[in-house]
Write a protein that binds this ligand. Structure first.
Ligand SMILES: Nc1ncnc2c1ncn2[C@@H]1O[C@H](COP(=O)(O)OP(=O)(O)O)[C@@H](O)[C@H]1O
Ligand SMILES: [Mg+2]
Length: 203
């Protein structure tokens, strides 16, 4: 089993969005996928509660930081192919330990000066954990700021070759527990499938 942890100290960066959409992309390929929501705000779980499709799945209760290792081991024993972990907007000490348990850390970043500055804390955690990490530019528009963000992030680590553009399809599908992969915007769908293909290459 491969464990992908989504992290960013910034709220609104796109963590929950990327976690649920990559989970659905993996599941749509026939993989057995589990999701944990470790954010006390429970946005991923609320989305999941709206969802009609049976997969991907979540546990009855999300593990707390101290229960995480055991929960990962149990998930692996049950034959899951992938586990996605959504996390709170923080750089708490436990998060770095959680990163150590993951195979890959996915860090979504909005193309704004504030968000780029805030990347440092998440980056420090990922580096101290020693786990591979990748940046995704999230909620991008076709502006010079996005081009600058590409340069800034590529200089700090591995940057995904696909940006998750700002698209209304996210809000539309979010309402009823779907992914953009299950929506009717082909650009949003293709982008997410490309993002998943990129993540798989890194695993
Ligand atoms: N690519 C995108 N296009 C449009 N809206 C987006 C996109 N990514 C995220 N959002 C929206 O931005 C808000 C914050 O995203 P979210 O994934 O919840 O961030 P986080 O989990 O990092 O706090 C949500 O309302 C979400 O629907
Ligand atoms: Mg979130």
């Amino acid at each position: 089993m491969k464990t992908i942890l989504v992290a960013s100290q910034k709220g609104g960066a796109g963590k929950t969005t990327i976690a649920k959409n990559l989970s659905v992309a993996a599941s749509a390929e026939g993989a057995k996928v589990m999701m944990f929501d470790m954010d006390p705000q429970k946005s991923l779980r609320e989305w999941y509660d709206q969802r009609e499709a049976d997969e991907p799945v979540m546990p009855g209760r999300d593990p707390g930081p101290k229960e995480l290792k055991k929960a990962i081991d149990t998930t692996a024993i049950h034959g899951f192919d992938y586990l996605f972990i959504d996390t709170p907007p923080a750089s708490d000490a436990w998060l770095s330990d959680a990163m150590k348990l993951a195979d890959l850390v996915v860090i979504p970043v909005r193309p704004s000066p504030t968000d780029l500055r805030a990347v440092r804390a998440t980056l420090t955690s990922a580096k101290s954990a020693g786990t591979d990490f990748v940046f995704f530019l999230s909620q991008t528009t076709r502006t010079k700021m996005t081009d600058e963000a590409v340069r800034a992030l590529a200089a700090r680590g591995k940057l995904a070759d696909v940006n998750l553009a700002l698209r209304v399809a996210h809000a539309e599908t979010d309402m009823d527990g779907r992914s953009v992969i299950e929506g009717d915007d082909p650009k949003a769908r293709d982008e997410l499938l490309a993002a998943w293909a990129y993540v798989k290459e890194q695993l």
